[in-house]
Design a protein around this ligand. Sequence first.
Ligand SMILES: [Zn+2]
Ligand SMILES: [Zn+2]
Length: 226
Amino acid sequence: MLAALVDLVLPPRCGGCHLAGSWLCDSCRRRIRRLEEPLCRRCGAELESARAGCGCRARFRSLTRLRSAVAYEGPVEAAVHRFKYQGWRRLAGPLAQLLAERLVIEGLAAGTVVPVPLHPDRHRQRGFNQAELLARELQQRLALREAPGRLVRIRPTIPQVGNDRLRRWENVRDAFAWRGPALDGRPLMVLDDVATTGATLEACASALKAAGAGHVTGVTVARVHL
Ligand SMILES: [Zn+2]
Ligand SMILES: [Zn+2]
């Protein structure tokens, strides 16, 4: 609770290096690594060469594609950690800005965004859902439409951190459901802070497709290099 209030009472400090003055300092901004081409056209992973496939087609049945802004390393890794686990909510702004810039480049600046939900227990513990805060910040920067409903967790899952690849897919399968009107072929973006295997986003996409969604694009601020 105390941690959740920290940024409401303290002046800005860099989420990357703790320097006072702004939530993300110039030096950290310069060290952020944008994902570099060639990228997999489906899952957005960085590839060794443009011709190398990444083998993701079998894993992503519901998710049409996945796009992330930056690599999960250095100042971004530190900032995401402070944002999620130390309650620096104000970092939602600069982190969403990175994603907004990417979505403009990808031609995705006018869609409908649905945040990945936290399980209610974790939501209570943390005091906020990081994906929801990012979605709100994104809506202030781009001409996005409000989603007509929301995703919910319909069974508890254990945190993905520490799960190996296979267990990440098992852990989140059928864990989500759509609460809202039928989606009638509407394309959607499902938003999270970080993508590792993409298993959570795929499980969310599966719930959205079951509710009638058209193409579902996963979007995240950062991407873990596997
Ligand atoms: Zn810094
Ligand atoms: Zn791929």
